[in-house]
Ligand binder design. Structure first.
Ligand SMILES: Cc1cc2nc3c(=O)[nH]c(=O)nc-3n(C[C@H](O)[C@H](O)[C@H](O)COP(=O)(O)OP(=O)(O)OC[C@H]3O[C@@H](n4cnc5c(N)ncnc54)[C@H](O)[C@@H]3O)c2cc1C
Length: 288
C-alpha cells in the first residue's frame, strides 16, 4: 500500500524513541503524521488497527518497535476562538499551547494544563489534570471518529485518569471544545507562571520521563509511599526512580522499555510487601 497517497508524511522504520517523552521505543514499521482530518480518516480506513498517539508523554513503547501503522496527531494542532468564552482545539494541539492561546484571549480555566506535555486528544483519554484543574472541568463536547464515521460526544464519563475515550480505544478524538471564563490576562499569566515554577521545583522536568509512573492509590500519594519504602534513586539499567520526585521514573540515558517495566514491577512489589498498597501504572505500554 502506498500510504503517501493518503497522507504526505508517512515515515518507515521510524524510531518511537523520537516520539515519546521518555525517549524509549524501537522503530514503528510505518509512522504517519497527518495534518488534516481527511488524511487521518483515510489512514484509519486503510489501517483500522493503526495505533493513535499524541505527544507520547504517557507512553512506553517496546524496544523491538511496533509492527504496522502508528499515527501521531501532533500536526493536527489548530486552535480557534468560537465565541466570547469557547475555544475549539484540534486533537494534536499541545495542552500548554491551548493554555497559552486561552491566556492571550483573556480566558481563564486552562492554567492547570500549562505544564502537561500532552495533546488535547491524549488529555481527553486520560482526563489530564494538575493542581486542582482537569479536563473534565473545561471540556463541554468533543468530536471523534469511529469506524469511519464522525460523531459528537457530550457525555465524557470523566473520572480520575480516565474517560469514555479510555473505555473505547476504537474512538479517535478529533477535537474538543473548552468553555472558559473571561479574566485579566495578567492574572491568568501569573497563575500559569506560578504553576510552572511549582512543577520545575518539584518534578524532574530536566530528565526524559512519561510523567507520573503510578496512579494515585486510594489512600495517600504514590510518590510519598515509594519514598517511604526507600526507593528514591533506585535504578534498573538506565531507568531510575527520580531522586527529586519518587512518583517519576526517569531515563538516565539508554534506558530500555524492559528496564522501565522491571522497575515498575519491582516498585509495585516492594510497596505492596511493605504497605499492602497496590500501585497501578499510569504509564500506558503499547505492545505488538
Ligand atoms: C513531565 C511530565 C509531566 C506530566 N504531568 C502530568 C500532569 O500533571 N497531569 C496529567 O494528567 N498528566 C501528566 N503527564 C502525563 C501526560 O502528559 C498526560 O497523560 C497526557 O494527557 C498524555 O497526552 P499525549 O498526547 O502525550 O498522549 P499519549 O501519551 O501519546 O497517549 C496516551 C493515550 O491516549 C491515546 N490517544 C492519544 N491521542 C488520542 C486521540 N486523538 N484519540 C484517541 N486516543 C488518543 C493513546 O492511544 C494512548 O492510549 C505528564 C507527563 C510528563 C512527561
Amino acid at each position: 500500500m502506498d500510504y503517501k497517497r493518503l497522507c504526505p508524511v508517512v515515515l518507515e522504520d521510524e524510531p518511537l524513541s523520537k516520539h515519546t517523552t521518555i525517549a524509549i521505543g524501537g522503530p514503528a514499521e510505518y509512522f504517519a503524521l497527518p495534518a488534516l482530518e481527511k488524511e487521518l480518516t483515510a489512514l484509519l480506513a486503510a489501517c483500522p488497527d493503526a495505533r493513535i498517539i499524541g505527544n507520547g508523554s504517557n507512553l512506553l513503547c517496546p524496544d523491538a518497535g511496533l509492527r504496522g501503522m502508528v499515527i501521531s496527531t501532533v500536526n493536527m494542532r489548530a486552535l480557534t476562538r468560537l465565541d466570547e468564552t469557547h475555544i475549539l482545539a484540534e486533537c494534536g494541539a499541545l495542552l500548554p499551547a491551548a493554555a497559552a492561546f486561552a491566556w492571550k484571549l483573556g480566558l481563564a480555566g486552562l492554567e492547570f494544563a500549562t505544564g502537561i506535555p500532552g495533546t488535547v486528544g491524549g488529555g481527553l483519554v486520560m482526563n489530564a489534570g494538575a493542581y486542582g484543574g482537569e479536563m473534565s472541568g473545561v471540556v463541554t463536547e468533543s468530536r471523534f471518529l469511529r469506524d469511519g464515521a464522525q460523531a459528537t460526544q457530550h457525555e465524557h464519563a470523566f473520572r480520575y485518569r480516565g474517560s469514555v475515550y479510555a473505555d473505547d480505544p476504537g474512538k479517535t478524538v478529533l477535537s474538543a471544545v473548552f468553555a472558559l471564563t473571561p479574566d485579566d490576562p495578567a492574572e491568568i499569566r501569573a497563575r500559569m507562571d506560578d504553576l510552572s515554577l511549582r512543577r520545575r521545583e518539584k518534578q524532574p522536568t530536566e530528565w526524559p520521563s512519561a510523567g507520573s509512573a503510578f496512579k494515585r492509590p486510594k489512600d495517600g500519594f504514590a510518590a510519598e509511599i515509594i519514598e517511604k519504602c526507600g526507593l528514591k534513586g533506585f535504578r534498573i539499567g538506565g531507568a531510575a526512580i527520580s531522586e527529586k520526585h519518587a512518583g517519576f521514573i526517569i531515563n538516565l540515558g539508554g534506558a530500555s522499555c524492559d528496564d522501565v517495566l522491571r522497575l515498575l514491577e519491582h516498585t509495585a512489589s516492594v510497596v505492596y510487601k511493605a504497605t499492602g498498597v497496590e500501585l497501578q501504572p499510569e504509564i500506558k505500554t503499547l505492545v505488538n
